[in-house]
Each structure stands twice: as structure tokens, then as C-alpha cells.
Write a protein that binds this ligand. Structure first.
Ligand code: DP6
Length: 327
């Protein structure tokens, strides 16, 4: 007999050095390593129940039946768990985010990290952190970074076996805060999975990937030494490189809106005025503005006053994915 049901939660994460493009899209083995921070307070809670009476997998997202595409992605992921555990039963999955779905934040990282832990535990598996991270990666690349806690590095690896994430510093190591300037709440037209597939079509991608070890070293050292100036320089450069690849892919991807550029310019002027602040942007128009805890209130007010900024979400460093009973 195995536990049929388990619930787990995991946090979203923000990448400082970005994952963009795959070596192996089937297993989501990335073209380059990446570094991120888990976001406290922005989490997904997921319950998985394997049930011999079910004729297919089911998926409820925030209480509503999920789209066919979302169910298909989750079902394919559950097939991997069933294969690992040697089980056949279908599962009922219920997942809820505690942050607004419409905030345009990537929710797949928290979702697949929580799903990996809940599904593997419900199937009777007790995976080591490394193997849980590998499993989450197969669901959504960035999800492997939401498994360990705090500041996390995903080593690219050469294949499924050695492509996983581990913590490089605990959440309490540095008082970094992510102030997310929400500019659009619309669902993005081209999602990350399609975007990764376009990366290699940009002539800039090869140079971006070749230079990744240098940026990873700079970012890791800046975090370990809590050196904000060095951190700001490499984080903004890495973000701009990824967007340069996006903008020069065929077909091209331009995620920025006028308000995105306005926030980037404001961040630069605040930094010149002495505030420890920098930006990073994922596959969407919203800007993640990073600062130290002492700068949060100034920044929240400054961002809120910029035209086009709809709301500001604030999150510090968060811990590892956990089973509900362990919380
Ligand atoms: C721009 O992990 O969302 O946020 O594996 O297709 O789910 P899939 O992609 P995903 O890609 C994340 C892209 C990014 C950069 C990052 O988080 O590293």
C-alpha cells in the first residue's frame, strides 16, 4: 500500500541569469546554466490523489477545470511519475496559486515544483532533492529551481542525469527583494516553451550561451559576497542579452511595452542617484525591480507613480518546496 494522496507547496522564482533555449527540449536540458531566487509569499499549493476508480487524469486550477492543453501537459508529466513509481492509476490534481493569476507572473515554476513533490509522494516515492529537481525540470525547466531553497543555481548538465538545481545560499543569506512592476495582466501570446524553440534561430544565441559561464561566475560571486553593484551589472546584462536573442529570433519576440522601457529608465536614474536597485525581465512586459530591504518603500512609491504600472508585488527570498505535513 502506498499513500494515495499528498499535498505540497512551492514558491515562484525569479532568474538573475536566465534559462533561454534547450539542448534537449524533450527533457528540458538547457543550453546554459541559470541562477535564481525563490520568492517568499508567491506560492502554489497542489494536492495529488491517485485513484484506481478514475478513467483519466483530472486537473482543477484555482477551483476551475483546466484547459485541455494544461491537462495534457500535466498528464504527460504524471506519466513520468507513474513510470518512476511503477504505478498505473490516474490522478486527480488540484492546484491553487496565492498570487493573482492575472499578474503575468510565470506560475509554471511553482506549479511543477509543487506537483513534482505532491505526485511523487502520493505515488509512494521519496526522492532526494536532486532527483526531485530533475523531475520538476521535465515539467517546466525553471521549476527545477523552485525545489531547493533560497538562492539557487541550475547546472545545465549534458542530459537528464546531471541537469538539476541546488541551493548556493539559504534564503536568510541576503536581504534582496523583488518588487514586481505589473504592466500587463494579459496572457502572453508566445509562451516560454515556444520561445525556447526559437532561441537557436537568433545569431546572438551562440555568443550568449558561450559567455554564460562568465556571467554565472560573476552572479554567484556577487551573491556570495553580497556585492550589489556587481550583481546589478551582471543581472541587467544577462536580461538584455536574453531579450536581444528574443528580438532577433525568427519569428521575432518583442515582449517589452513602452511602460517596460519607462521602468528600466527609472531604475537606471534611481541607481545613479544612489539607490541599490536593478531590473530583470522575463518573457513578458512586467519588470522585476530588485533592491535591498531598506529600499523597498521608496521603490514601491516610485514604481507606483510611474504611468503604466498597474500594481507592485513585493517578495523577499523564499525557502524550498515542502510537503504539507512538513510545513
Ligand atoms: C524567461 O521554465 O517557463 O522565465 O520549460 O517551457 O516551462 P518551460 O519554460 P520556463 O522558461 C523560463 C524562461 C524565463 C527565464 C528563466 O526563468 O530562467
Amino acid at each position: 500500500m502506498y499513500p494515495r494522496t499528498a499535498a505540497a507547496f512551492a514558491r515562484a522564482n525569479i532568474a538573475f541569469i536566465k534559462y533561454w533555449g534547450d539542448l534537449d527540449p524533450c527533457w528540458r536540458v538547457p543550453a546554459n546554466g541559470s541562477i535564481s531566487m525563490n520568492l517568499a509569499g508567491l506560492s502554489t499549493r497542489t494536492r495529488v490523489t491517485f485513484d484506481p476508480l478514475l478513467g483519466r487524469d483530472t486537473l482543477l486550477l484555482d477551483g476551475e477545470p483546466a484547459s485541455a492543453a494544461a491537462l495534457e501537459r500535466v498528464s504527460a508529466f504524471l506519466d513520468r511519475v507513474r513510470q518512476l513509481a511503477g504505478r498505473q492509476e490516474f490522478a486527480a490534481v488540484e492546484s491553487a496559486n496565492n498570487f493573482p493569476m492575472g499578474a503575468g507572473l510565470a506560475s509554471s515554476a511553482a506549479a511543477f515544483a509543487a506537483l513534482s513533490l505532491a505526485a511523487s509522494a502520493a505515488a509512494g516515492l521519496s526522492l532526494a532533492e536532486k532527483d526531485l529537481s530533475r523531475l520538476a525540470r521535465a515539467g517546466s525547466g525553471s521549476a527545477c529551481r523552485s525545489v531547493p531553497g533560497g538562492f539557487v543555481e541550475w547546472q545545465a548538465g549534458a542530459g537528464d542525469e546531471d541537469s538539476y538545481a541546488y541551493s548556493i545560499a539559504p534564503a536568510g543569506h541576503w536581504d534582496l527583494v523583488d518588487c514586481v512592476a505589473v504592466i500587463s495582466q494579459e496572457h502572453k501570446r508566445v509562451g516560454s516553451t515556444e520561445g525556447h524553440a526559437l532561441a537557436a534561430s537568433s545569431p546572438i544565441q551562440a555568443a550568449r550561451v558561450a559567455d554564460a559561464p562568465r556571467r554565472l561566475n560573476m552572479c554567484r560571486a556577487a551573491i556570495c559576497e553580497r556585492n550589489f553593484a556587481a550583481f546589478a551589472e551582471v543581472v541587467e546584462q544577462d536580461c538584455n542579452l536574453m531579450h536581444a536573442v528574443m528580438m532577433t529570433s525568427s519569428s521575432r519576440l518583442i515582449y517589452w511595452q513602452p511602460a517596460t522601457l519607462a521602468v528600466m529608465a527609472a531604475v537606471q536614474s534611481w541607481r545613479q542617484a544612489g539607490l541599490e536597485v536593478c531590473y530583470t525581465i522575463d518573457a513578458g512586459p512586467n519588470v522585476h525591480v530588485l533592491c535591498r530591504s531598506a529600499g523597498v518603500e521608496t521603490l514601491r512609491a516610485g514604481l507606483g507613480a510611474l504611468p503604466g504600472v498597474q500594481m507592485v508585488l513585493v517578495a523577499g527570498p523564499g525557502g524550498a518546496a515542502a510537503l504539507e505535513q512538513d510545513v
